[in-house]
Design a protein around this ligand. Structure first.
Ligand code: BTN
Length: 264
């Protein structure tokens, strides 16, 4: 396995702004942390921060995200002119971009376990961690952290307490990291540019509805305050999950969920 080749990446990159500015680390605590440390003026819209290894990679809910050599660990800095309420949609569209890239480039079927896990055959292959700096109800900086178990081996995953896989394991072949990232950024830029157009957003939401777990299942859901069970029947236009509970519709946003699991 070789280190990330920035020259090869640039040759593959067809975006207008995502990834034009590229910051590379061999080793960093967390690319999300690095993205927040970067001086405001230097952090251009679309800047990517990538690391071969993260020593303190972070997942959702203050969990540690193991990030050994071989994975694709990066963060995107976005300075969006949108309201903070749109962050859930951006998280989902980032997941869609990962799932679509896996499908288009590797021909593997990836699903999104709402809101931020990407799974292949129920095994976790990637995760998204969106974090933001908000001032007076405006997003000053949005950091989309994406971790893909790209070229990890079984031995790298054995130490995890979750059921996980990697693209390399699924394919029995190493994946071209530079090309994968360039394609992923292209998909994401495409979604991101179009999400402001209602008819286009509708198309993207419909794509999401087809691959989101647990739509179509009975679930148990735990929020900060209660544990409920119901039937997950749809995704709302703002990215929240809609559940039917005792003949009433309840909407859940990712921020207030501790876990959600499918039940019989
Ligand atoms: C999750 O599934 O809980 C989210 C995982 C997000 C991991 C990525 S790796 C790059 C970026 N830096 C981090 O510390 N976390 C995200």
């Amino acid at each position: 396995m070789k280190n990330f080749d920035i020259y090869k990446f640039r040759k593959n990159l067809k975006t207008k702004y995502l990834g034009k500015e590229f910051i590379y680390f061999n080793n960093v605590d967390s690319t999300n942390n690095a993205a927040f440390r970067i001086n405001k003026e230097k952090a251009l819209n679309g800047t990517i921060i990538l690391a071969e290894v993260q020593t303190l990679g972070r997942g959702r809910g203050k969990k540690l995200w193991l990030s050994p050599y071989g994975g694709l660990w990066f963060s995107i800095i976005i300075k969006p002119k949108i309201s903070p309420s749109k962050i859930s949609i951006i998280t989902l569209l980032s997941g869609l971009a990962v799932a679509e890239t896996i499908k288009e480039m590797l021909n593997l079927d990836a699903k999104i376990k709402w809101p931020n896990d990407i799974l292949i055959d129920n095994l976790k292959v990637a995760g998204i961690l969106c974090e933001s700096e908000i001032l007076k109800n405006k997003i000053k900086k949005l950091v989309i952290g994406i971790g893909v178990n790209l070229n990890l081996d079984e031995k790298d995953l054995n130490i995890l307490d979750i059921k996980a896989t990697s693209c390399k394991i699924e394919l029995q072949n190493e994946v071209n990291k530079e090309k994968f990232l360039a394609n992923l950024l292209q998909n994401l830029e495409n979604y991101y540019n179009k999400m402001h157009i209602p008819s286009e957003l509708k198309i993207m939401l419909n794509k999401l509805r087809k691959i989101i777990i647990p739509i179509g299942h009975n679930v148990e859901i735990k929020t900060e305050s209660e544990k409920l069970s119901g039937y997950a029947f749809d995704l709302a236009n703002d990215g929240s999950l809609l559940l039917r509970i005792d003949n009433q519709v309840k909407s859940f946003t990712s921020s207030n969920i501790e876990y959600i699991r499918i039940i019989k």
